[in-house]
Ligand binder design. Structure first.
Ligand SMILES: *Cc1c(COP(=O)(O)O)cnc(C)c1O
Length: 396
């Protein structure tokens, strides 16, 4: 497969890992190579591969490191993120914990934007604090980020757009600050999934992904990835990654690779549907505010236009009515949106944003109930009709 012909990202995603010919034919798809160990053709090969692995290279010397299926997915995610090294992890959360455990030591401090994926706070309280690693949270919209940097700050960790409310961060500005203070900048890029947003190109050193969401795209895989460009950083993460024994199955690697083939078309349709839903909600008398960066009125719209190539199917909205029971009744009245966490699959989902989570976000001023929708790939007319009947049922 001639690599030079495949420069555009969409093309790369279609052809990543394309198997070699054996004789005159080759399969279209990457084989699912299930193996718990690997065979070497000589003791020299055994020594060579073990040494290279120990030195931090992405080579296989044991089943835990995976073979063709894993390499193909790593290559595709590298292409997606503009990285040189991808570490595949068994969930998005384990990609986050790998990032913190690999980059920080006892006595170190990390500065974290206050609107990150909420389970990070539990990792902080229940694991990192126990290890003597300190995290503090800052409001990314405030101008005085630098005031929170301490002499022991090593890591600036952010998520853009943020969880639940999609606050768009000025990543290039944060990258400048990180550089000035010699900090590592890591960004959770699950929302952008590499295709809509490329943190490594905007100055971040580490991009963290929950492949569980849009990359696999079919609600049938739990998976994460940590992506870096810098070789020293890759070697540092490789040590912790290997010592923690993190790995994923070849079957799951295959499913994500299959999902990646259609990521651009799925995202385009999610965005088209979500934009229509967002406009419908924006015009609704019971809706206070719609949170969706692709909407012209969203406070993050200008940054989104500057730094992103598109949006996805995630949006939230707040009710005018303060009564929480009404919001719950609304969610219960929906028929096409399944009540559940997560997002990024083909199907529509709905969830009430927990007030305790929202209270942590400095971005939200009001105290109205907030509902998050994942707008799936159903016909958008049906999705809007469902919202409409739920509004009419609850707010007669
Ligand atoms: C879902 C999610 C994660 C965690 O991914 P899991 O695979 O569910 O562990 C991390 N970050 C963000 C922004 C997410 O939405």
């Amino acid at each position: 497969m001639s690599k030079h012909l495949h420069k555009q990202l969409r093309t790369q995603l279609i052809h990543a890992g394309s198997p070699r010919f054996h004789g005159r034919i080759a399969p279209v798809n990457v084989p699912v190579v299930r193996t718990s160990t690997v065979r070497f053709d000589s003791t020299d090969a055994y020594d060579d591969l073990h040494h290279r692995r120990a030195a931090g290279e992405a080579v296989t010397s044991y089943g835990r490191h995976g073979m063709e299926t894993h390499r193909a997915l790593e290559d595709a995610i590298n292409a997606l993120e503009g990285g040189t090294r991808t570490f595949l992890t068994p969930s998005g959360l384990s990609a986050i914990s790998l990032t913190f455990l690999a980059l920080l030591s006892p006595g170190d401090h990390a500065l974290v934007s206050d609107s990150v994926y909420a389970p990070l706070r539990r990792l902080d309280q229940q694991v990192l604090q126990r290890l003597g690693i300190e995290l503090s949270y800052f409001s990314p919209g405030a101008s005085h980020v630098e005031e929170h940097i301490r002499s022991n700050t090593r890591l600036l960790y952010v998520e853009s757009p943020s969880s639940l409310l999609y606050e768009v961060l000025d990543l290039p500005r944060l990258a400048e600050i990180a550089q000035r203070h010699d900090l590592i900048l890591a960004a959770d890029n699950t929302w952008g999934s590499g295709y809509l947003y490329r943190p490594l190109q905007l100055g971040a050193h580490v991009s963290v992904l929950a492949a569980t969401k849009y990359i696999s795209g079919h609600s049938d895989v739990m998976q994460g990835a940590v992506v870096v460009e810098d070789a020293a950083l890759a070697a540092c993460i490789a040590r912790t990654y290997d010592n923690l024994g993190l790995t994923i199955s070849a079957d799951d690697a295959y499913l994500s690779l299959r999902g990646l083939r259609t990521l651009p078309v799925r995202l385009a349709q999610h965005q088209a549907n979500a934009l229509q839903v967002a406009h419908y909600l924006q015009d609704h008398a019971q809706v206070q505010r719609v949170f969706y960066p692709a909407l012209a009125g969203d406070p993050g719209h200008a940054l989104w236009r500057r730094d992103f190539s598109g949006a996805n199917g995630l949006l939230s909205f707040s009710f005018r009515e303060e009564e929480r029971e009404k919001a719950r009744a609304f969610v219960d009245a929906l028929k096409l949106y399944a009540i559940g966490a997560s997002w990024g699959g083909y199907e529509s989902l709905v969830q009430i944003a927990a007030p305790a989570r929202l209270a942590e976000h400095s971005y939200l001023a009001e105290n109205k109930p907030v509902v998050r929708l994942h707008v799936g790939l159903e016909d958008v007319r049906d999705l809007i009709a469902d919202l409409d009947q739920a509004f009419r049922t609850v707010f007669r």
